[in-house]
Design a binder for this molecule. Structure first.
Ligand code: ADP
Ligand code: MG
Length: 427
């Protein structure tokens, strides 16, 4: 059971926010002027929390407060407010490695479950930009850089195991949100569940086909076990295009409340999944499509290159490969093979998580806005069905997708696969 609400906890409103912020150390100076001059805007467009942007004469801040329930659903779905603690810990833990790619955290209030961070402006949510047909040229490479730095530096490749175990101790207590991932990502979409929100009746047969496909279920079971039992590095846990704010020049990762220690391929698969979802959501011939396919390749290739560069550098002082382990030139060759195998393993995990993420975003509770790019329910459902066909293929025939080029080359093959879930071609 989640801890009871601390008695001092109050839900902030736009009206009560200035007086509250005035009490926090260092915060009034960042805004400047008197609290009465601060402009507050409620911008919560996410699913879970209250978010305000505050502007003063000297600068702007973003204030995020965890609510004791799921914001989009209401009080009927209670949700542990300690998620704010884990988001704040995640930001602080990754900040030394991800300099410049996430907003800075200026204050965390452990009585009100409030984070005060940089206000990102004029940034927009990446998903929104893509929905409007605007390609963001830096996003893929920047996200690769972020993911490589965060996953390398919090792994056994860079850290003594004692340090990683500290992360495990902290983030293993984030039970409520990891429960959501286990249920909403890995479980509900592959069973009959009232929370599943796919368009009916168009995708009813697809939902049943996925539920009844033994090969799909086996692959998902393996991935669920990896999420639960492969503590490789600290992961963001929800790294989709709605958790990324962009301008054409800048990329910032937000919303790390699902952070946990898990398989590094989880975040990688999520980024790829949301580029792929955006690809399927665009109509045929849309100029964004080739750019999104290129983003997938740029993201993976940059991640791999950056991760290897970090591993070959001076900071690879973790316990996984002590310097004494592979001495001499023969050792160097063995080490190179180890590195390649490690990256292949991340890719294999990412390919699976990519597929599960696509499925859960179409069949499950948390739908994505990308498909609004299609007019009409039937056309939207067809685009979703194509994405499902792609995802199922990755789960059932992973050996056909040995590298990123195999993935991007496959996208058009599933385009227009139709609403009938029976495979007509041997994918
Ligand atoms: P939730 O966890 O409820 O999904 P998010 O962290 O995704 O909340 O934030 C919700 C929305 O608030 C984002 O989609 C974005 O529009 C806005 N937002 C969040 N953080 C910032 C920030 N640092 N600067 C500006 N806007 C932000
Ligand atoms: Mg969130």
């Amino acid at each position: 059971m989640p801890d009871p609400l601390p008695s001092a906890y109050r839900i902030l409103t736009a009206a009560s926010l200035p007086a509250y912020l005035a009490t926090l150390p260092g915060i009034p100076a960042r805004l400047g002027g008197a609290p009465s001059a601060w402009q507050v805007r409620d911008v919560a467009d996410g699913n879970l929390n209250a978010v305000f942007l505050v502007d003063g004469p000297e600068g702007g801040l973003c204030v995020k407060q965890a609510l004791p329930y799921v914001r989009v659903v209401g009080e009927s779905w209670p949700m542990d407010i300690h998620r704010a603690f884990f988001e704040a810990r995640y930001i602080a833990r990754v900040a030394p490695f991800a300099a410049g790619l996430a907003p800075r955290l200026h204050h965390y209030d452990d009585a009100q479950f409030v984070m005060v961070m940089d206000k990102l402006a004029p940034h927009t949510i990446l998903r929104r930009a893509l929905l409007e047909g605007r390609h963001m040229p830096r996003a893929a490479a920047d996200l690769a850089d972020y993911a490589a730095r965060a996953s390398f530096h919090t792994s056994d490749l860079a850290q003594p195991f004692e340090r990683r175990f500290e992360d495990l101790l902290v983030f293993s207590r984030s039970l409520a949100l990891q429960r959501i991932t286990v249920d909403l990502v890995f479980t509900d979409p592959f069973a009959e569940h009232e929370r599943n929100r796919f368009p009916r009746p168009h995708l009813t047969a697809w939902a049943a086909a996925l539920r009844e496909d033994a090969a799909v279920k086996d692959a998902v079971a393996t991935l669920r076990r990896a999420y639960l039992g492969k503590p490789q590095s600290l992961i963001h846990g929800d790294l989709h295009s709605g958790s990324v704010m962009v301008t054409p020049e800048e990329t910032r990762v937000i919303d790390g409340e699902f952070a946990c220690v898990g398989p590094s391929g989880f975040d990688i698969g999520h980024v790829l999944a949301h580029f792929a979802l955006a690809w399927f959501a665009r109509p045929q011939g849309d100029p964004l499509r080739p750019l999104l396919a290129a983003d997938m390749a740029v993201f993976w290739d940059s991640f791999r290159r950056r991760f290897l560069a970090l591993w070959e550098g001076a900071e690879a002082t973790g316990d996984a490969f002590p310097a004494s382990h592979y001495p001499g030139p023969a050792g160097a060759a063995r080490m190179a093979r180890q590195r390649a195998a490690y990256l292949d393993d991340i890719f294999a995990d990412a390919r699976g998580f990519l597929a599960v993420e696509i499925i859960r975003r179409i069949i499950g509770f948390a739908q994505v806005a990308d498909f609004q790019a299609r007019a009409g329910e039937e056309e939207r459902a067809s685009a979703m069905a194509s994405a499902l066909a792609f995802a199922r293929s990755l789960l059932v025939w992973p050996e056909r997708y040995g590298d990123i080029a195999d993935l991007t080359a496959a996208l058009p093959r599933f385009d227009g696969a139709g609403l009938d879930p029976r495979p007509t071609r041997p994918w």
